[in-house]
Design a binder for this molecule. Structure first.
Ligand code: F3S
Length: 425
């Protein structure tokens, strides 16, 4: 791999032990993937979490031990240096405010608080969300990033036109202190062109429809790059958030184009460049129904124990809409409703009175984690309802629960009545 003089100096240890380990990791990683060089990045989104059972033996030795092992892949313990570039913490497993509701052991909450102080003081911005683009981390077009988290990665590439692969905890740790990441995959312009043409023949207007479309497209194209043709209405951030998360769950979609909406596809021709589509697929009434049935395939019992909204983390608009649906009503005694939003947005929701409306209805507005990442649902939960295709995809296998998928209105009604009445309109 070709390295600049500065990169060689870091690799030789001239800039300290941590950067030496980081460069060693990045070179090994890049060479394994055939990258010929590194690229400068000034935007990193990863994880510096230290509060989970697997990390406990390391956290007991101090957070430098956690950082060395899990962010640098180093058996030697090195001191955690300051981040070199803007870096944020993605979602993690502990909500330090609502941990009692989740049933999180207090020792992990304490570890999480101390870890946030340790890494926060070293420049890791504790956003604690899978949607950093909702709370100020909005890279510009063509900016080289190093991001983790599939729903964030696909949003970064497709909607923002910035460039990232799906990085890991170690590579984002190394990128944060070296400002470098291997140049391969989605950093390379020609790897960002469309592969599959998707003819959208059924109207997609609300969030649930975008989730269904994403789920179908991901299942068909897997890790390739779909180009959606026939979308009549320019989609909003919320809809794209749900589309990308769904496509990254049923498949491994990291990039897509919607001609006229996403920045690298002013036209259908531009989305494919010199390529021809390898396949043309249709999304009509039959495909929509199949996606809905697949998402609901684990669900049988109509008594709903738990309703989850906010995957990916809800925008303020979504929190406001949920609050309006809940105002003056009560969550059923046999059910629970948890809504997740980034902690920075929760502060605004608190001040706007949305949190109080949600609380008065017997529901909870939460942040920092989600049931899939925190592996937690209310005790005794057998049946879940959610408006998120991603959450409906993962919860049945992760937590052995039945999961209904539907609209946000279906989900709120299920929380209020304790019964699932959702149907495909
Ligand atoms: Fe975010 Fe958890 Fe969903 S990480 S995208 S809320 S599964």
């Amino acid at each position: 791999m070709h390295l600049t003089d500065h990169e060689k100096a870091m690799l030789d240890g001239a800039h300290g032990a941590a950067k030496q380990r980081a460069m060693d990791l990045l070179v090994r990683y890049g060479e394994a993937l055939g990258a010929e060089r590194l690229v400068e990045t000034r935007n990193v989104a990863g994880t510096w979490n230290a509060a989970s059972p697997a990390l406990k033996p390391f956290a007991e030795k101090g957070f430098d031990a956690v950082f060395s092992k899990f962010n640098l892949d180093s058996d030697d313990v090195v001191e955690t240096p300051q981040a070199e570039v803007y870096t944020c913490q993605l979602i993690h497993g502990v909500d330090t405010e609502n941990w009692r509701v989740h049933g999180t052991p207090e020792e992990y909450v304490d570890t999480q608080r101390r870890a946030e102080e340790h890494f926060g003081r070293r420049g890791i911005t504790m956003m604690a969300t899978c949607t950093p683009y909702q709370v100020g981390n909005v890279p510009v077009r063509n900016e080289h990033c190093a991001w983790m988290e599939s729903s964030a990665v696909v949003y970064c590439n497709a909607v923002l036109g910035a460039r990232t692969n799906t990085e890991g905890r170690e590579s984002t740790g190394a990128a944060s202190i070296t400002a470098r990441i291997p140049y391969w995959g989605f950093h390379v312009p020609e790897n960002r062109l469309g592969t599959h043409l998707v003819r959208v023949e059924h109207p997609v207007d609300d969030m649930m429809e975008w989730g269904l479309l994403g789920y179908h497209v991901g299942e068909v194209v897997q890790e390739d790059i779909p180009v959606l043709d026939g979308v009549a209405q320019a989609p909003s951030m919320i809809k794209l958030k749900h589309f990308g998360a769904a496509a990254a769950s049923s498949g491994g979609v990291e990039m897509y184009h919607i001609p006229g909406s996403t920045p690298e596809a002013p036209t259908l021709e531009a989305a494919f460049g010199p390529r021809r589509p390898v396949e043309v697929i249709s999304y009509g009434a039959a495909e929509r129904r199949t996606a809905y049935e697949n998402l609901n395939s684990s669900a049988r019992d109509e008594d709903v124990d738990f309703v989850m909204l906010g995957c990916p983390h809800n925008s303020l608009e979504q929190v406001w809409r949920a609050a309006r649906l809940l105002e003056g009503r009560k969550v059923h005694a046999n059910s629970s409703l948890w809504i997740f939003t980034p902690r920075a947005l929760k502060e605004v929701a608190d001040r706007n009175g949305y949190t109080a409306i949600i609380r008065e209805a017997g529901a909870h507005l939460m942040s920092d984690t989600c049931p899939a990442i925190g592996r937690m649902v209310p005790k005794g939960t057998r049946v879940v309802a959610t408006d998120s295709a991603k959450q409906a995809h993962y919860l049945p296998s992760m937590l052995n629960v039945q999961t209904w998928f539907g609209s946000v209105e279906d989900c709120v009604e299920a929380a209020i009545t304790g019964r699932w009445r959702g149907r495909l309109p």
